[in-house]
Design a binder for this molecule. Structure first.
Ligand SMILES: Cc1cc2nc3c(=O)[nH]c(=O)nc-3n(C[C@H](O)[C@H](O)[C@H](O)COP(=O)(O)OP(=O)(O)OC[C@H]3O[C@@H](n4cnc5c(N)ncnc54)[C@H](O)[C@@H]3O)c2cc1C
Length: 469
């Protein structure tokens, strides 16, 4: 890697939804040793550094306007895999795709995955991702047995839940602001088939949606809801629930075959005809209020029949990966996602208010997803004993200000309802909102650790400056 700084190196980077852009000096190390060299150069030039995995965060977490961005995707070796214990050790640029494709043929699956397989382990730990099984398996950090982190001071520190526990619980979910994960050891989950039993059924209202998640969670390994955010009145919050279960040992006579990577791979064509790469073009005409209402209504009607089916793990978890570049269908100004986490007791009223508000202001979400959650003990946790609702919004130049105002109103509603936020998603969270949901004591602890690990504030991102600035 050429570690010199020149203006030719300024690269325009964006967030996953292509709604934010910022220029940075981009470096792509291939060896962990090169990371320290970039830190030294940053110090010499008085620049800050942001770590970037696959850049799949919906907001400015992996952006650093005018600074250095360290793209870690090429530091991507699987260092050790033990099929006897299910322990995998890997470098940070290894993707979830690499992980499941390595472990599945041996009868294991990552314990927690995001809705896309293209995220890196470094990015997943940086945000402490949750999956559709959060109520049962918690966040990914709960399955990390050990990691080694390179601090901006040059020190390498190994952490586990018991060793350097305060750092362990702060670096995981620490937005890449304390150091760089250079080696991560993760415990996989034993499975006995490449298939999941999936039960899909409709829910007619927000109340029905939340009840189904609450009552269904203890019965299933995974549960997730699709929510039609365009439906008004009595249908507000209607949608479809997908609950899924692992097969037990002996249930799948073809287990060896279904656990092969080839059995999981998402098909290259839709309906055997359209190449996946062009599907997003077909979505473009529906990316406006009437179009989104039509698609959501059609999806709801098609989901009215209850169904049970066997689905591959990849198909169930990574549905959005079926359509490459689907986010481009949102147009030039892209999309943002607003995800709020609310306690069981307050979720219904708060989300009723938010969904109604978005429809009244002519800014409905085109895609809503609900999940059931549990709390965890990581420092900057987004976990609650309750639910989350993720809402995707189309950004347009003439509605950007109106949208920002609405999201500020959402923040107020969520805070009053005792809710929390997730730093991988929202683009509007202010320092005041962060202090209110995290608490002053937590922010003070995080700042103290930041001072200890990164005394010269070398690690900064657009997100960090926005929220902790
Ligand atoms: C389609 C889609 C579906 C998604 N579904 C889910 C979901 O179900 N659940 C969920 O929780 N999230 C979900 N996400 C969000 C996504 O999982 C997180 O934003 C994740 O952090 C992205 O990983 P990444 O490799 O792209 O990291 P980036 O977005 O590049 O970076 C994320 C953060 O990690 C830090 N970081 C990166 N590498 C390192 C490192 N080596 N050491 C320390 N810090 C580092 C970065 O500085 C940044 O703060 C989804 C995103 C998309 C696009």
């Amino acid at each position: 890697m050429n570690i010199t700084l020149s203006y030719g190196k300024l690269t325009l980077l964006d967030n996953f939804g292509h709604s934010l852009r910022s220029p940075a000096y981009l470096f792509q190390p291939t060896e962990p040793e090169e990371i320290s060299q970039v830190f030294n150069m940053a110090k010499q030039h008085d620049l800050t550094v942001t770590l970037r995995g696959a850049g799949r965060s919906y907001n400015d977490a992996a952006l650093n306007g005018g600074g250095i961005v360290l793209d870690l995707r090429l530091v991507n070796r699987i260092l050790a895999w033990d099929p006897a214990t299910g322990l995998l050790q890997a470098e940070p640029g290894v993707t979830l795709q690499q992980v499941w494709q390595t472990v599945l043929p041996d009868g294991w699956w990552p314990p927690v995955v995001s809705g896309t397989m293209f995220t890196t382990l470094g990015g997943c730990l940086g945000m402490n991702i949750h999956g559709k099984n959060n109520f049962r398996m918690g966040v990914i950090g709960e399955h990390v047995t050990e990691f080694t982190i390179l601090l901006p001071t040059g020190a390498k520190v190994t952490c586990s839940p018991k060793k350097n526990g305060d750092l362990f619980r702060a670096c995981i979910g620490g937005m890449g602001m304390l150091g760089v994960f250079i080696s991560i050891t993760l415990q996989m989950k034993k499975i006995y088939s490449g298939l999941l039993k999936v039960h899909a059924f409709p829910v007619r209202s927000l109340e029905g949606q939340l009840d189904a998640l609450l009552e269904g969670a203890p019965e299933h390994d995974y549960i997730v809801g699709w929510l039609d955010a365009t439906a008004p009145g009595k249908g507000l919050g209607r949608g479809q629930i997908h609950a899924a279960d692992y097969l037990h040992e002996g249930d799948d006579p073809d287990a060896k075959k279904t656990m092969q990577v080839a059995h999981q791979t998402l098909p290259a064509n839709l309906f055997g005809v359209f190449p996946k790469s062009i599907i997003h073009y077909f979505l473009i005409p529906f990316m406006n209020n009437p179009g989104a209402r039509t698609v959501n209504t059609a999806k709801y009607m098609m989901g009215l029949r209850e169904e049970c089916s066997d689905q591959s793990h990849a198909a169930f978890h990574f549905l959005l990966d079926y359509v490459p570049d689907w986010e481009l269908a949102y147009g030039r100004d892209g999309l943002i996602q607003y995800q709020s986490f609310l306690p069981r007791e307050t979720a219904h009223d708060a989300w009723t208010e938010m969904l109604t508000l978005s429809q009244r202001r002519g800014l409905p979400s085109y895609l809503g997803v609900t999940k059931r959650h549990r709390p965890d003990n990581f420092l900057l946790t987004h976990g609650v004993d309750g639910y989350s609702l993720a809402l995707d919004f189309k950004v347009t130049a003439n509605k950007r200000t109106k949208m920002a105002q609405m999201l500020q109103d959402f923040d107020r509603i969520v805070l009053e309802a005792g809710g929390r936020f997730y730093f991988a998603k929202n683009s509007e969270t202010t320092p005041e909102t962060a202090v209110r949901f995290l608490g002053e004591e937590t922010v003070r602890k995080f700042r103290a650790l930041k001072k200890r690990c990164d005394p010269h504030n070398l690690l900064e991102s657009d997100l960090y400056r926005r929220v902790f600035g």
